[in-house]
Design a protein around this ligand. Sequence first.
Ligand SMILES: [Fe+2]
Ligand SMILES: [Fe+2]
Length: 188
Amino acid sequence: MTAGALSDAAAPLNVRRILRVNHAGEYGAIRIYQAQIVVARFIAPDLLPFLTETLSHEKEHRRRFRELMTLRSVYPCGAMPVWGIGGYAMGFVTALLGRDAILVCTESVERTVHAHLDKQLDALGTTDSEVSTVIRAIQQEELGHLDHALTNRTSNALFLRWLSRGISLATATLIWLSTYGEARFVRR
Ligand SMILES: [Fe+2]
Ligand SMILES: [Fe+2]
C-alpha cells in the first residue's frame, strides 16, 4: 500500500480502531516504563536493564503502529492524554510499592494486551495482512516481557494478586474506551 492510498474513511472501521487503540496503548506502555525506571533507580536497580530494554521495544512498537496509521491516513486516538497520564501514574505508583509490584504491573498489562491482540487478529482475518503481520511480530515481543516478569517475581502475596486484578481491569477499561467508547463518543 502506498502512502495516502486510503483516506481515514476508506480504511475499514476495524482497522482504524485497531491501529488507534494499539498506538495509544504503546504510548501508555512507554509512560509506564518511563515512570518505573525513575523509581527503580532507587528501589530495584537490578530491574533497570530489563525496564530500559522493554522501553525501547515499546517505542519501536508505537513507531510501527504510527507508520501504519500514516499510510492509511488514520488519526491518533482521542484518549491519548488519558493513556499518557494513566500509564505514568500506574507505573509510578506500582514502582513505589516495590520490586515485585513493578513486575506484577508488567505481567498484568502484558497479559491483557496479549489477549487483546489475539482478539484483534481474529477480528482482522484477511482484511489487512500488513497490519496482522505487524501485530504478530509485536505480540511475540510482548510475550517476552510477560515471561521475564513471570520468571523474575519472587512473591505471590495477596496484595500483589489484588494489584494484578486492578491493573488488568484498568488496562481493559482503557482499551474499551479507546475502541468502542471512542467510536461512540468522539466524532472525528
Ligand atoms: Fe508494546
Ligand atoms: Fe510490552
